[in-house]
Structure formats: structure tokens, C-alpha cells
Design a protein around this ligand. Structure first.
Ligand code: UD1
Length: 430
């Protein structure tokens, strides 16, 4: 089993290139099966979730050409099955995007019920409500979600909760439904807009993506396209907090600064300096980080996927901070691990009360999920001595070459898979 071994204490300095957004790319890959033509997707992040979804798309008969690690060509003209039961697909939450995509094109789809990160119960009632409104039946049976429609008809759909997944899934199906669909209380995340942009470039008629009302006029068919995935807002934010927590100075490149506003605002509040460029953001840390309060919210609010990273930073900031998680109910599991490194954090319900400490100390810890795993790596970079992070498979789901990018910024971190390799690392870094 692979682990990260880290020797903390080095401020991060230098430049880092951000990859394409995993969460956008998952939906774009699903959308690519909605036409018989070839779809080329570039700026694809080379991460585990993406590679598993690509394999499952190959598994239903699509012709997949992995041009290089960041580019794929998919031709859905050869699809011969609408049942996605690929062994690993259950592990990817966004596998359910294939439901909307296949339902739209073939009026029928069966996809293994998703698992994904264990951060809460994560219901899919809003996806089902949307598909039902378009005229599809949905059945959950033997670990599969099955959906089928005689015909798909546009409808007026009000989402009871703001859901990225449900908004995208319903949008996918609705672009090929007959007539008009209106999605109200839609999610406004950058990746919702990215999916709408790619679908539009394939011939779909979508207005309002990025606002809370999306209007879709169904078209008969979609055609091929070439499309570049937007930069990963969460990967960028993770490096921004890594710079802040280690009192570093990092230029985070290939980003859309507008998408990072909620993150930048918090970094300024805790005392960092920020320089914004057209497609880059520089974070300059300070020895004197201050406390703040933060509540996770749908976009443009502070992202839940950036909650553990800010909490780790606040754990070493002067004063008392309050972090409120309003999206997922089980997103503080990493706190117990941080406590073992010397953090002073008390969790009450969906709130963490953080009393800043002077420093952390290295320990053997385990990544409980993707983003918390990345945050624990930041803790390891801050901590005195050695930290070993177990279960890094979670981190590999969403961060391309995380350790390589951190090393490029001066971090002492290595991916290891044996006790001997840990010893070798310790001898090397001293
Ligand atoms: C996506 C992201 C995830 C991010 C989350 C919130 C992907 C692959 N994942 O997850 O990284 O943390 O957005 O920004 O893009 N809900 C319901 N019923 C539903 C659907 C959702 O009650 O049918 C609730 C959820 O339990 C949660 C909230 O709505 O409390 C938001 O979830 P949602 O936006 O759907 O998250 P995902 O799309 O699963």
C-alpha cells in the first residue's frame, strides 16, 4: 500500500501548474457519449477517478483513444450497451453522470449505484426527481440505478436543494429531450458552466448556466467537438492554502482567478498577501497567521471541498476560528488525525472550533477522504519531523502528481510503498 512520507518545516516557494478540473472533466467525459461523432477532451487531469470513468466508457463499447495523459478522444458511435457495471465504477460518485447522458441519447441507462468519498449519506433524490419530471422511470435494484423513458419531454423542474450533481445530470438528459426544460434553484459552480459550454459546442441549446435558472431547448442530436477542461479550482485552492500554512510564496498558474474569490478572500482575512494576474494567483504567506470564521456554501460561497484545507491552516493561526460545514454532514473525520499532530480542535455537530497552536508535530495518520487527505498532507508539510500519510489512494483520485508538484515547490515528500523506502527517504532528507 502506498503512503506519503513527509518531512515538514520547509516553506513552499516557486510556481505550480494547475491541472484541469476533475469534477468538470467527469461530467464532460459522460457528455462525450451523447453523440455518434468524435469528442476530443484536452486539459484532462490524469487522476484515478478520470481513468476509471474512461475505462467504463470503453467498457460500454465506445471507441476510446487516449492521445496522451491529458487528452482523450471518445467516439460514442460504437456504444453497444447502456449498462455500466464496470468493476470500479461504484467507487466514483460521478459515475451517475452516465445515467443522464445515456438516458438522453438512448432513453435507457443502468449504472452501478455510486459510492465515492465517505463524507455523508449523499442522497440522489434530486437526480431522480429531475429524470421523473422529464418522463423517465427510475428504479434502484441489485445495486444498480435503472432508468428508462418512452420519450423524454422537457419540463419545469424546481430543485429542492442546490445540487451540482443533480443540476448537471438533469441538464445532460434535457438537452436531448423534446421541448423546453427549465431548471430552477440550479447549482452555479464553474463546472456546471463548463458542461453547458461543452454541450453547446456540440449543438445543444442552453441558456443561463452559472445562474440559478437554466433554460434548455431540446435538440434532436449532438455532434462532435474539441474542448479543453477548465482549471481545477479545488486543486488551486489546495496549493494556495499549502503556501499560506507553510509561510511560503507560491505562484499558482493556469487558474481562473474569478473562480477562486471565496478562497482568496479568506487568505486575505488571515493575513496573507495575494497578487492576481490574468491566469495566475500568487499567495504570499506570513509568520503571523490570524484566525477567521468560515461557512461552506454552494458557489459562489466558500467550497465544502476546501473546508479541510482551511481548517488545517487555521489550526496553526493565532486565535479562535469557527468552521461551519453546511453541505455534508460527515466532513470532520480528519480532525481526530490532526489532533494526533497537536491541533486543538473541538467538533460540535457541523461546527469545528479551532484554537490555533504554535505548531504541529509529525505523526502516522490516515487520509479519510480525498480533500481531507490533501489537507493532512498540508499538515505534514507544516509539522516538525516526519509524517506518514496512509490511504493516499483517496488523494490520487483527485490530484495529479500531488507529490511531484509539491516537491517542485521545495517540499520534502515522497510516495513510498515499503518500510525500506521510508528509511531511505529519512536518510536522504536527514
Ligand atoms: C459535487 C462534487 C463534490 C463537492 C460537491 C459540493 C463532483 C463529482 N463532486 O458533489 O466534490 O463536494 O459537489 O460542491 O462534482 N443532495 C440531496 N439530494 C440529491 C443530491 C444532493 O439532498 O439528489 C444534497 C447532498 O447531500 C449535499 C448537497 O445536496 O448536502 C450538495 O450535494 P451535490 O452538490 O449534489 O454534491 P455532488 O454533486 O455529489
Amino acid at each position: 500500500m502506498e503512503q506519503y512520507v513527509i518531512k515538514g518545516g520547509n516553506p513552499l516557494n516557486g510556481e505550480v501548474d494547475i491541472s484541469g478540473a476533475k469534477n468538470a472533466a467527469l461530467a464532460l467525459l459522460a457528455a462525450s457519449v451523447m453523440t455518434e461523432d468524435t469528442v476530443t477532451i484536452t486539459n484532462l487531469p490524469d487522476v484515478r477517478d478520470i481513468n476509471v470513468l474512461i475505462e467504463s466508457i470503453r467498457d460500454i463499447g465506445a471507441t476510446v483513444n487516449r492521445v496522451d495523459k491529458n487528452c482523450v478522444q471518445i467516439n460514442g458511435g460504437t456504444i453497444n450497451s447502456v449498462t455500466v457495471d464496470y468493476e470500479y465504477i461504484k467507487k466514483i460518485r460521478a459515475s451517475y453522470y452516465l445515467l443522464g447522458a445515456l438516458l438522453g441519447r438512448f432513453h435507457k441507462a443502468e449504472v452501478a449505484l455510486p459510492g465515492g468519498c465517505d463524507i455523508g449519506t449523499r442522497p440522489i433524490d434530486q437526480h431522480i426527481k429531475g429524470f421523473n419530471a422529464l418522463g423517465a422511470k427510475v428504479l434502484i435494484e441489485h445495486g444498480m440505478i435503472k432508468t428508462e423513458a418512452q420519450e423524454l419531454l422537457g419540463n419545469h423542474i424546481y430543485m429542492d436543494v442546490v445540487s451540482v450533481g443533480a443540476t448537471i445530470n438533469v441538464m445532460l438528459a434535457a438537452v436531448l429531450a423534446e421541448g423546453r426544460t427549465i431548471i430552477e434553484n440550479a447549482a452555479k459552480e464553474p463546472h456546471v458552466v463548463d458542461v453547458a459550454n461543452m454541450l453547446s459546442s456540440m449543438g445543444a441549446n442552453i441558456k443561463g448556466a452559472g445562474t440559478d435558472v437554466i433554460r434548455i431547448k431540446g435538440v434532436e442530436k449532438l455532434h462532435g467537438t474539441e474542448y479543453a477542461v477548465i482549471p481545477d479550482q479545488i486543486e488551486a485552492g489546495t496549493f494556495m492554502f499549502a503556501a499560506a500554512a507553510t509561510n511560503g510564496n507560491v505562484l499558482v498558474k493556469n487558474v481562473i482567478p474569478k473562480h477562486l474569490e471565496a478562497i482568496t478572500a479568506k487568505l486575505l482575512e488571515i493575513g496573507c498577501s495575494i497578487e492576481e494576474y490574468d491566469d495566475a494567483v500568487r499567495v504570499i504567506g506570513t509568520k503571523d497567521l490570524r484566525s477567521t470564521h468560515v461557512k461552506t456554501l454552494p458557489y459562489p460561497g466558500y467550497p465544502t471541498d476546501m473546508q479541510p484545507q482551511i481548517a488545517v491552516t487555521l489550526a496553526v493561526s493565532r486565535g479562535t476560528s469557527i468552521v461551519t460545514e453546511s453541505i455534508f454532514e460527515n466532513r470532520f473525520k480528519y480532525v481526530a488525525e490532526l489532533a494526533r499532530m497537536g491541533a486543538n480542535i473541538k467538533v460540535e455537530g457541523n461546527t469545528a472550533i479551532i484554537n490555533g497552536v504554535d505548531g504541529l508535530t509529525g505523526a502516522q495518520i490516515s487520509a479519510p477522504d480525498l480533500r481531507a487527505g490533501a489537507a493532512l498532507v498540508i499538515a505534514g508539510l507544516v509539522a516538525k519531523g516526519y509524517t506518514i500519510v496512509d490511504d493516499i489512494v483517496y488523494i490520487q483520485r483527485g490530484y495529479e502528481d500531488f507529490e511531484g508538484k509539491l516537491r517542485g515547490l521545495g517540499a520534502m515528500i515522497e510516495k513510498v510503498s515499503s518500510e525500506e523506502e521510508v528509511t531511505k527517504f529519512k536518510l536522504k532528507v536527514g
